[in-house]
Design a protein around this ligand. Structure first.
Ligand SMILES: C[S@@+](CC[C@H](N)C(=O)[O-])C[C@H]1O[C@@H](n2cnc3c(N)ncnc32)[C@H](O)[C@@H]1O
Length: 594
């Protein structure tokens, strides 16, 4: 289980063990244990926070608003494609499934020679000695904890503590190292927590998770948490709530989620479903030694005085689903320009006019299947098939989302009580979780098949290349109607389509191909030209999405190299045509028929 499971409430299965164990202890006798108390420590920290967030540059300011709490505002105009903030996260960890594929320190993918695994814990791997040495101050504690955890695991498949447990372990060791009054610790303490608003159904699981963290730290009882500036398991639940609200998905430069990260200054940025900025990890050539570097990039021009907004959820979802997700995970009702005030001709919830007049028809529903174009009033006749398609689409999306966040059975670690008198229930829920913000499920669901199709067509097991190109193009059309130019998902969708068009063509389509198949995608030189044009557009948008200064990040650089190759191929082809034309003997006037 991951932080995203906590955010989405997937953790709230039944558990008896820890609630019982806590109820029996002095530290908590009811759910009131989860209600924060203002302690002297909090009051002290609240008095002096003037030295926090000094990594926020001078062209930004942190201000409080009545509706959204603290937020980040531009003091000067910021052009789209500019880096608003670039910070190394306070903490980042890989999801368990990615521990063998990425360096745990810099998050680069495994090199050809493979990663170097820590010889002691055999769980964490690095791309080289520099990363391993740099990580050792924290990993030495983690290493012992992972070994201790594995030694107590009832079977090998539950021997690795999951992402939230490893994440909180790292935070707490770093707190200890930096000091409880350090800026580092106080920035973590100042993260907003929604513990008081947690649904009761989640108390048991969170308490259980807190006890797993205590066990991971090698403590025998919550009372030993003093060294970390905490006094009870409820303090850990509070920390988890802060992380649930403020963690952000750690992704590759092409937006594949690989783990979770937390940066308190970046966590100050509020949400909009129509954001003017995005959080990405572009891996520019100039930032490689600082990786993983979280970057907030402006995807629209931001005026002086304007608030910077990112999106916490998948903004391609319809309004109701977005609002449900935000309320469940972040405890607020979104009033952004897209959410406030009705349907608003939002293409997320519309069909094209059946007469293609350019107008939109609101999506039909089971209750209200009749829909017509708002411009020419043409009625959509095939509402049954539209409803079917919506159902099938939703099912596919649910499956893709489940697969994306699927965690193998090792997350089902049975709780081991801190106090040996307590026993765990065999029906305990997963002991691990914390959810980062996800950015992109539907669009990724659409584009996922295309990634595998970047293989030459003959090696693709199921779909002929041209069908994949058509699917990718259809997905791009939908994405482009919803997301602004320079949005990273849109830029990546363009890059994928361009790459697919550039793959060597399979044998020409048989003459029986339908007209639609015959016209798109084109063949031969026009296809290569289309690949070039698409990649040029992709490159422009990647430079916005992942930053001009980053040259569009790793994907931008890859696309640029591809463009150079295609330009060379195209000019060789044009030269070839010129040569053929030049070599063709001219037919003299009047020679025909003689
Ligand atoms: C990552 S924090 C953002 C910083 C936060 N405003 C603070 O004061 O620390 C996320 C929380 O901010 C608030 N928030 C963010 N965007 C909001 C919005 N558009 N409307 C209302 N509240 C919002 C919610 O309480 C949410 O759980």
């Amino acid at each position: 289980m991951s932080f995203s499971d906590l955010k989405s409430g997937r953790q709230s299965k039944q558990s008896k063990s820890f609630v019982e164990s806590i109820t029996n202890s002095d530290e908590a006798s009811s759910s009131s244990a989860l209600v924060p108390k203002i302690t002297d420590k909090d009051a002290e920290a609240a008095q002096d926070d003037s030295d926090l967030y000094n990594t926020v540059p001078s062209y930004l300011e942190v201000k409080s608003t009545a509706e959204r709490g603290r937020g980040v505002f531009a003091k000067e105009g910021i052009k789209r494609g500019s880096i608003v903030l670039a910070l190394k996260p306070h903490i980042h960890v890989l999801a368990t499934r990615n521990l063998d594929s990425f360096c745990s320190a810099c998050v680069s993918p495994a090199p050809e020679a493979g990663l170097k695994r820590c010889t002691r814990c055999k769980v964490v791997s690095y791309c080289g000695a520099a990363c391993q040495n740099g990580d050792w101050t924290i990993h030495k504690k983690e290493c012992a904890a992972i070994q201790r955890w594995a030694a107590g695991a009832p079977s090998p498949d539950v021997a690795i503590p999951a992402e939230p447990i490893r994440c909180l372990g790292r935070v707490l060791w770093k707190r200890q190292k930096e000091g409880l009054k350090s800026v580092y610790s106080r920035e973590i303490d100042a993260l907003i927590s929604h513990r008081t608003a947690l649904p009761e159904s989640s108390y048991e699981h969170l308490t259980h998770l807190a006890h797993s963290v205590i066990r991971y730290l090698g403590l025998n009882a919550p009372g030993e948490l003093g060294a970390f500036g905490m006094t009870t398991a409820a303090d850990i639940v509070d920390l988890m709530s802060r992380f649930t609200t403020n963690s952000i998905t750690l992704t590759t430069p092409s937006l594949t989620p690989v783990g979770v990260s937390v940066s308190p200054p970046i966590a100050l940025i509020n949400h909009s479903c129509d954001p003017n900025a995005v959080v990405v990890y572009p891996r520019a050539s100039s930032t490689l030694s600082l990786e993983p570097l979280m970057q907030v990039i402006a995807i629209r021009d931001i005026a002086p005085g304007e608030e910077v907004f990112t999106a916490y959820i998948d903004t391609t979802l319809p309004r109701i689903q977005r609002q449900q997700a935000l309320e469940a995970a972040y405890n607020f009702k979104c009033q952004c320009s897209l959410c406030a005030g009705g349907w608003n001709n939002d293409p997320r919830e519309a069909l094209q006019c059946p007469k293609l007049c350019g107008g939109l028809c609101p999506l039909p529903t089971e209750e209200d299947p009749l829909t017509r174009c708002i411009k020419c009033k043409a009625v959509v006749s095939s509402t049954d098939s539209v409803l079917d398609a919506l159902r099938v689409g939703q099912e596919a999306l649910d499956k893709a989302t489940a697969l994306q966040s699927q965690v193998p059975s090792y997350s089902q670690i049975p709780p081991k009580p801190c106090n040996s008198q307590r026993t765990s229930s065999p029906s305990s829920p997963p002991a691990n979780s914390i959810p980062p913000r996800t950015l992109f499920s539907p669009s990724r669901a659409c584009t996922k098949p295309c990634y595998s199709a970047t293989l030459p067509a003959h090696t693709h097991p199921k779909m002929p290349l041209d069908n994949v190109i058509r699917a990718s193009s259809a997905s791009l059309t939908g994405i482009s109607a919803i997301l602004c130019p320079g949005h990273p998902i849109r830029a990546l969708a363009l890059a994928e389509l361009g790459k697919l068009l550039a793959v060597d063509e399979p044998a020409p389509a048989p003459p029986s191909a339908t007209m639609a198949n015959a016209t798109f995608p084109p063949s031969g030189a026009p296809r290569l030209q289309l690949a070039r044009d698409t990649l040029v557009r992709a490159h422009e948008e990647l430079r916005i999405a992942f930053g001009e200064k980053n040259e569009g990040g790793e994907v931008g650089r890859e696309v640029r190299e591809m463009l150079v190759r295609i330009e060379n191929e195209l000019s060789a082809w044009k030269q070839g045509v010129r040569n053929v034309v030049a070599d063709t003997p001219k037919v003299k006037k009047g020679a025909v028929g003689k």
